[in-house]
Design a protein around this ligand. Structure first.
Ligand SMILES: Cc1ncc(COP(=O)(O)O)c(C=O)c1O
Length: 437
């Protein structure tokens, strides 16, 4: 039954056209496995893992049992100058999956906090090494690093920046890493690696001695799903390493199996200095983020008098016991069900199914890697209209949840998806596009 009596006004919804939504609300009331149940009692196939988070599928009993046990045993304990065992256990478990030498984990509560934590660590690292000038940050057009001031300053999405006045100074942006002619590439586009060389120009312009870090999403997610050209990340790595600039991968979406390895860093064979994560860390069940740093970064702080705090940064809930319990239970599921390999196993099936939608004239481009895919539509006179209509049609007429960003539909199902459910998802998209265009 639709919840017609629910008062919708008080909740100011994030990243939502509030008035449009509240005139026709889309409400989920429960979830299990690959499906949501909507308030009008329909089974909705989850083509988005919630919001790129529920990689192990919904309502995993192992996670809810761990959370429930933990909240009854120890609901909260500080991690400032005190601690409890769980974040240590979780950090140890996590570093078994992180790239080599990324042996230290700083816990946060979200992707946005992970982004700002990473940027602060990068600047403080250079200071700790005596390089006080290295403060400039470099992001990239279309980058999304959450919504805190550091993240929006380094991020490259105009709508997320322009209403908020003075952002961080000393920030530059690399060009969007995509060249025309790459449309309908399956996986990584062949062309475009040379776009990374723009970083050399920035080094010439500002001086390596003034640049702290470059932050990119290895696969751009919220900005429309853009796959790095072959060789691009490798070049970024080389230029950053040559100039003592830290490379930060924002893996809030790509972390925890989305592109067929635990991290995109491993998928692409490029090891950054810092990796930011959140979302899939707890399967979305409890808010938590984790920032992985290379030992050389952590160790640079471990000097000076032992009684002095090494990094003046942290959150009340860094390493929260209930979140850590959810994280431990989640990683155990990923390990037991081999979910970090699932996206590679399904990648070609996913790609073929997705690219079959090329038959429609209205489709401008299709992009994919691992279990991520995007269909970009040629815009109508009103930018974003087509993306929204397809999303709307999928939800109301075809019982499928996809995600629209302007005229792009992004899909990123839970990693437990079966081939017949991939067919079902694409069928929903096909029917939606057919009925509209
Ligand atoms: C790459 C990336 N970084 C950061 C964030 C921000 O995460 P949160 O919404 O948990 O703050 C997101 C969220 O979608 C993201 O995709």
């Amino acid at each position: 039954m639709a919840q017609n009596d629910l008062a919708l006004d008080a909740f100011w919804m994030p990243f939502t056209a509030n008035r449009q939504f509240k005139s026709e609300p889309r409400l989920m009331v429960s979830a299990k496995g690959m499906h949501y149940t909507s308030d009008d009692d329909r089974q909705i196939l989850d083509g988005t893992a919630g919001l790129w988070c529920t990689n192990a599928g919904h309502a995993r009993r192992e996670i809810s049992a761990a959370v429930s046990k933990q909240i009854n045993q120890l609901d909260f304990a500080p991690t400032f100058q005190m601690a409890h065992p769980l974040p240590f256990e979780l950090a140890n478990k996590l570093i078994k999956h992180s790239p080599e030498n990324m042996n230290h984990v700083f816990f946060t509560n979200s992707g946005s906090e992970s982004a700002d934590t990473a940027l602060k660590i990068a600047i403080a690292y250079h200071k700790a090494k005596g390089n006080h000038g290295k403060t400039r940050l470099i992001g990239r057009e279309k980058g999304y690093h959450g919504t805190n001031f550091g993240g929006i300053s380094v991020g490259g999405l105009g709508n997320n920046r322009r209403a908020f006045g003075n952002l961080l100074t000393g920030v530059d942006h690399l060009k969007h890493a995509w060249v025309p002619g790459s449309e309908f590439s399956k996986g990584q586009p062949e062309q475009g690696a040379e776009l990374a060389d723009e970083l050399n120009d920035m080094v010439l312009l500002h001086g390596a001695e003034n640049i702290a870090a470059v932050m990119v999403e290895p696969v751009v997610g919220s900005g429309g799903v853009w796959i790095p050209p072959k060789g691009y990340l490798e070049r970024l790595r080389k230029i950053t390493a040559d100039n003592d600039i830290l490379l930060i991968f924002d893996e809030v979406i790509t972390g925890y199996g989305r592109v067929g390895h635990a991290f995109a860093a491993q998928r692409f064979g490029v090891t950054p200095d810092i990796i930011t994560t959140a979302k899939g860390l707890t399967n979305g069940a409890i808010p938590m983020g984790a920032v992985f740093v290379q030992s050389k970064i952590h160790d640079a702080f471990m000097h000076g008098p032992e009684e002095v705090i090494e990094l003046f940064h942290g959150y009340t809930y860094s390493g929260h016991p209930v979140a850590a319990a959810a994280g431990l239970a989640t990683i155990e599921i990923y390990e037991r069900e081999n979910l970090f390999n699932k996206a590679i196993e399904l990648e070609s099936y996913w790609a073929e199914a997705l690219h079959s939608l090329r038959e429609f004239d209205v489709v401008k481009d299709i992009r994919n890697i691992g279990l991520v895919g995007a269909i970009e539509f040629k815009p109508s006179d009103k930018a974003g209209e087509r993306g929204y209509k397809v999303f709307h049609e999928c939800f109301w007429q075809h019982n499928a949840l996809v995600r629209c960003t302007a005229d792009t539909i992004a899909m990123s199902p839970p990693l437990i998806i079966e081939k017949n459910q991939i067919d079902e998802l694409m069928d929903a998209m096909r029917k939606a596009i057919k009925s509209l265009y």
